[in-house]
Ligand binder design. Structure first.
Ligand code: SAH
Length: 376
């Protein structure tokens, strides 16, 4: 039978194409699997997930104890010096995990505060602030690159969210700062750039890692998570972590003012927020902190102080009045001292526990997101 040469060529091309596409898709799958499955950063692993990993590779659960001891107690990140783990297991860990660190790009220091600017492996930047208190040393960590909550007074909101931080990127903020200063951090506040409840799983795994008694072993009661008021996040949090402290960025005594400065309040009204907080207190028996930034002419009137007192009456809470850190790009002004004190007095007289936040970091751009914003 005669075949036209053009037909043979077409059929050949057809098969070559199929083979070519097969090879292409197999390589895509391999690359994807390599990246997605195998190269997880080791500092994203909770103790329990590491136990499962060792079981999954046919090894023993207690390897997780050994590895956590090395990474978080001895702070040794080079597996080769671990002589209690067989080489075959070390090779497997190296095959499956990335041990890379984010980088310290810049540090600004004052006596009682140190501010760090970090560069992530993809070039994005975040910051952490370390504060020396009389009760210990606290670290304020970032949870996202930027933030989507859009609070009008906030520098991080102005820059919008680029992405969530991975768990290891939050853990490494602590590891690198402790190493850099040779200190032991006693308290953590998740109050840096980002909204923690908009990156719930990664932030909660970070808490699981730093509180594990196999590693850093920080007390849950020494950790505070601050939210702008994402109600379903609070619901979930009270079930998952009933010993970790909760802070709420309130900043207004009613929906009308809150709507003007915090877009989230259009999604979750004050009523709904206060109800879930009451539920949280009932369930956890813990006192909630309300943060209240004092913004000149916006939320600092004596009327506002009275309204805030009635809103919070009977709730197991305390209010932290925060002198606003002015930033170049935002027009809000800080309330003057006399106004802040008068506001404070009204709350106090009405039986509300209240403090005025000690000021840290004015000289080092420590207000949320300022250092990062200036670094671009
Ligand atoms: N998204 C979370 C946590 C990050 S913001 C939250 O809203 O709570 C941490 C705190 O810093 C919030 O109370 C926020 O309102 C406040 N903040 C933001 N910009 C500030 C500024 N310029 N001066 C003082 N506090 C600021």
């Amino acid at each position: 039978m005669y075949h036209h040469p053009l037909l043979i060529l077409t059929i050949n091309c057809y098969f070559v194409n199929i083979i070519y596409f097969k090879i292409l898709s197999i390589s895509v799958i391999i690359i994807y699997r390599n990246y997605g499955d195998f190269m997880k950063n080791i500092f994203s692993e909770t103790y329990e997930s590491l136990e499962n990993y060792f079981l999954s590779i046919g090894d023993k659960k207690f390897r997780a104890t050994q590895l956590y001891d090395f990474l978080y107690k001895k702070r040794i990140y080079n597996l080769n010096v671990m002589n209690n783990i067989p080489n075959t297991v070390k090779d497997k860990i190296h095959e499956d995990y990335d041990f890379s660190f984010i980088k310290i790009l810049k540090k600004q220091e004052d006596i009682d505060v140190k501010k760090y600017l970090f560069e992530l492996n993809d070039g994005n930047r975040i910051e952490s602030v370390l504060m020396y208190h009389n009760y210990g040393i606290s670290l304020c960590v970032s949870s996202q690159v930027g933030c989507n909550m859009g609070c009008k007074f906030c520098e991080s909101g102005r820059l919008k969210k680029v992405r969530n931080l991975e768990t290891y990127e939050i853990v490494e903020q602590l590891l690198l700062i402790e190493k850099d200063l040779g200190i032991h951090i006693t308290h953590i506040v998740v109050m840096g750039i980002g909204e923690p409840f908009d990156n719930y799983d990664n932030v909660m795994n970070f808490i699981r890692i730093v509180t594990s008694n196999k590693g850093i072993d920080l007390g849950s009661r020494h950790i505070t998570v601050s939210t702008c008021g994402i109600v379903p996040g609070i619901e979930k949090f009270m079930n998952d972590f009933n010993q970790v402290n909760l802070a709420i960025s309130l900043h207004a005594p009613n929906d009308e003012i809150r709507n003007k400065i915090m877009p989230i309040s259009k999604a979750y009204k004050l009523d709904e927020l206060i109800n879930v907080i009451k539920k949280y207190i009932k369930k956890t028996n813990r006192r909630v902190t309300f943060e209240y930034i004092m913004l000149d002419g916006v939320n600092d009137s004596l009327e506002c102080a009275k309204e805030l007192s009635s809103l919070l009456k009977g709730i197991n809470c305390y209010v932290n009045l925060i002198p606003y850190n002015e930033t170049e790009n935002i027009q809000f002004k800080r309330s003057n001292k006399v106004q802040i004190l008068a506001f404070y007095d009204i709350l106090k007289k009405n039986g509300i526990a209240v403090t005025i936040r000690k000021e840290f970091g004015g000289k080092v751009d420590a207000a949320c997101g300022q250092l990062r914003a200036k670094s671009y």
